[in-house]
Design a protein around this ligand. Structure first.
Ligand SMILES: Cc1cc2nc3c(=O)[nH]c(=O)nc-3n(C[C@H](O)[C@H](O)[C@H](O)COP(=O)(O)O)c2cc1C
Length: 186
């Protein structure tokens, strides 16, 4: 199989990371892959915030868990109460993707950037996980100070995050994919 297609097929969400930090060149390659994603009208309505400060990553995890412990959703409450759960799975690097509030395509464009970064990470032998959960915190009242600490630009809102680090275990089996999701008209 073509190498790029093999990388796409091999990518799995990594939820157990080594504490060792990824190399600067690897981080830069991953960020460039995100920046080179397509965007509607080439609007690039995104901002990337790369965080390698463990204290801040852990503090965001604590803020997230405190918030979901108050949730009316029982599953979310359970996540918040689970001592072992870490919203970034203790990844040493997290990239936050924020989107221009005035852009109608920010969600889609940022998603394209995230997927590019996940594939780039896999190509570099780095584990990654798409983290949507953290938007609960960062787009809430409780998240305001965190947005400042992260330096999210004025007029931008948190959309997605990507947890990155070397894989503790190599996941080979993909979660089952649904069948019959393709229609052919010839
Ligand atoms: C929009 C979006 C948000 C996601 N948010 C989370 C998340 O917060 N935490 C998590 O562990 N996985 C998250 N994931 C990863 C999915 O759970 C994962 O991609 C899916 O189970 C398929 O597994 P695979 O990535 O190994 O193919 C998210 C994926 C997407 C597309």
């Amino acid at each position: 199989m073509n190498e790029t297609l093999q990388v796409i097929r091999n990518r799995r969400s990594t939820r157990a990371f080594k504490s060792e930090q990824i190399k600067e060149e690897e981080l830069q390659e991953i960020l460039q892959a995100g920046i080179y994603a397509p965007s509607a009208n080439n609007g690039q309505p995104w901002h990337f915030t790369a965080v390698q400060n463990k204290e801040l990553i852990d503090s965001l995890n604590e803020g997230f868990k405190a918030l979901v412990r108050k949730s009316p959703d029982e599953n979310l409450r359970k996540i918040g109460e689970n001592e072992k759960f870490h919203v970034f799975y203790n990844a040493p690097t997290v990239i936050f993707l924020s989107g221009d509030k005035n852009s109608p395509s920010a969600d889609v464009d940022c998603s394209a950037a995230v997927e590019n970064m996940l594939i780039a990470a896999e190509a570099e032998g780095i584990g990654s996980c798409w983290i949507g959960f953290i938007a609960f915190l960062l787009n809430s009242e409780e998240g305001r100070d965190y947005l400042k600490e992260l330096g999210i630009p004025e007029g931008f809102r948190q959309i997605h995050a990507v947890a990155l680090g070397y894989k503790k275990v190599n996941i080979v089996n993909a979660p089952a994919r649904k069948e019959n999701t393709v229609n052919y008209i010839i």
